[in-house]
Each structure stands twice: as structure tokens, then as C-alpha cells.
Design a protein around this ligand. Structure first.
Ligand code: SAM
Length: 284
């Protein structure tokens, strides 16, 4: 059976002799309305293959499997196997891969389950200690993700939706906004989880079908340039890039000017379009 209330989750953990592991970010969802909100944002249908990271006790996995074509879930904690086998027993369209998602190639994990014409969606109630690395793994994978629906810490959501110019605008903002239209769907209080985290959370949608019409000529260069630009926040763009990319300052300045940008500007003022132009110059 699936467990979505605090009482049901406690009972499921007790029955399987499992204790939530803080070190793995195990805060299980116990609010059916939040779970429904995530499922609705995924918009699962008969064409949808969902990649889920961290199925935990399987509540979201099972709700998604009821409407999607397939769910492929990656769970690091192998001791949850008996719980997931129990909860997901009625779902023939779910495959759980027990691995650290940061140590696998997502394309390889998905390959057996992804067919031409499928609509791929990434969905996760993310473990907060590795939110950013997991998001970047998906963003940089090149997988044809049509949308991503993720539960993150509220401060991470602030950074994901931040416009240029503010203190929250950084590598994460540029990375996600390069991939699609980013929207905070709703905030989630600690009481929606068991055990309760010490922070507020939010569910964020990245709609990659509404991405800005910008493509970097070389995406690896784009992400390298963005990371270097924000590497040292107080430096000018010119100094940050020279330090981060180990390039002579003059060469960096020429590239920045060729991209039509002021070398004295700071990374937090640059739009996504300017980062793309800069990366394209750097890739030449
Ligand atoms: N999806 C469940 C829910 O909503 O109740 C659990 C979410 S819990 C916040 C995060 C889950 O991610 C846990 O099950 C944890 O074991 C798993 N996890 C943590 N680090 C991971 C990693 N590197 N790779 C895969 N799963 C991971």
C-alpha cells in the first residue's frame, strides 16, 4: 500500500524496520495535496516517461506510475528496497535502479525505457544536501527533458527564479533559465514532511518547451563560462573569467568586447542572452 499521511508513513517504516536517514536527505512527503500538486505539474500521460530521483518510500513514484507510461526511479539507499518492492508491487511500469544518481550516466539508465516519441519528464522531491549537483547533472546531460518538476529548499527556489541584478542571481539561475521557463508553483511548509526539515520548501517547474530561443554553439563551454564568471563574485567579468578559465586577461577582454559586453561588468548583471553570446565567442 502507498503511504501519504504521517500515520501511514510511520507504520510503513515500522513494519519494514527502516529509520529515515538524515544524511541522505530523507524527508518523506506526508501531504496528499502537495503530492497531487507535483503530479498535476508533471502532466503525466500515456506518452510520458518520468525520471525520478530519490523515490524514498514510493508515494510519488506510485502516483506518477498510475498516469504515466513508465517511471524510472534512481534511489541511493538500497535498504529501502523491501519498502519499494512492497509499495510498488502493483505497478508493472516502474523500474527502480539502486545507485547514487551522481555516479551514473542518466542516458544509460534511461536507455532501455525511452522510445522515440516518448515525452520525458524529470520529477523529484530532491535530497537537499545534493540539490544543485543533481539539477546540473540533469541540465547538462543533454537528455530531451520536456519539463522538470522539483521540490527544493525555498532559498534554492529563490535562486532558480531570480532575474539578473539581484543577490540571488547566479550559476543556478542562469543554468535553469537557459533550459526553460522557470516558475515557482507553490511553497511547502516543513509540516508536509516526515521527519520535518528545518527549512521551508517550494515546488519549481522548468518548462523546457518554453525555453528562450537561445542555444549556445557549445553547451559545455557555456556552462564552463557561467561557472567561471560567477567564480569570484566581487571581481569584474574580465578578472573572473581570466582566473576561472586560466586565460590571459587580454585574450579574455577581446572575447568579451567581441560579444558586445563591457569587460568591467559583473556576472550578476549579465542576461542569459549575453552569457550565450560570450560562450559562443569563447568557443570560436
Ligand atoms: N520521493 C520521496 C518522497 O517524496 O517522500 C523521498 C524524497 S527524500 C527528500 C530524498 C530521497 O533521495 C531519499 O529517498 C534519499 O534516500 C534519496 N537520495 C539521496 N541522495 C541520493 C542520490 N545521490 N542518488 C539517488 N537518491 C538519493
Amino acid at each position: 500500500m502507498t503511504a501519504v499521511s504521517a500515520r501511514e508513513v510511520k507504520e510503513l517504516l515500522r513494519r519494514h524496520g527502516v529509520i529515515a536517514k538524515k544524511g541522505l536527505g530523507q524527508n518523506f512527503l506526508v501531504d496528499a495535496r502537495v503530492l497531487d500538486g507535483i503530479v498535476r505539474a508533471v502532466q503525466p500521460d500515456a506518452r510520458t516517461v518520468v525520471l525520478e530521483v530519490g523515490p524514498g518510500l514510493g508515494a510519488l513514484t506510485r502516483a506518477l506510475a498510475a498516469q504515466a507510461k513508465r517511471v524510472v526511479a534512481i534511489e541511493k539507499d538500497e535498504s529501502l528496497r523491501p519498502v519499494l518492492e512492497d509499495v510498488l508491487a502493483p505497478c508493472a511500469n516502474v523500474r527502480v535502479c539502486y545507485a547514487d544518481c551522481l555516479k551514473v550516466r542518466l542516458e544509460a539508465v534511461l536507455a532501455p525505457d525511452l522510445a522515440p516519441g516518448d515525452r520525458l519528464v524529470f520529477a523529484a522531491n530532491l535530497p537537499y544536501y545534493v540539490t544543485t549537483p543533481i539539477l546540473f547533472q540533469v541540465l547538462e546531460s543533454g537528455l530531451p527533458v520536456s519539463r522538470a518538476v522539483v521540490m527544493v529548499q525555498k532559498e534554492v527556489a529563490d535562486r532558480m527564479v531570480a532575474p539578473p541584478g539581484g543577490k540571488d542571481y547566479g550559476v543556478l539561475s542562469v543554468g535553469v533559465q537557459y533550459r526553460g521557463a522557470v516558475e515557482r508553483l507553490f511553497n511547502v511548509p516543513p509540516s508536509a514532511f516526515l521527519p520535518q526539515p528545518g527549512v521551508d520548501s517550494a515546488v519549481v517547474l522548468i518548462d523546457c518547451e518554453k525555453r528562450p530561443p537561445l542555444r549556445a554553439a557549445d553547451e559545455a563551454t557555456f556552462f564552463r563560462v557561467v561557472r567561471a564568471a560567477f567564480g569570484t563574485r566581487r571581481k569584474t567579468l574580465e578578472n573572473a573569467l581570466a582566473a576561472g578559465l586560466h586565460m590571459p586577461k587580454e585574450a579574455v577582454r577581446d572575447k568579451i568586447v567581441a560579444a558586445g559586453i563591457d569587460p568591467g561588468a559583473r556576472a550578476e548583471r549579465l542576461s542569459i542572452a549575453e552569457f550565450v553570446r560570450l560562450a559562443d565567442e569563447m568557443a570560436k
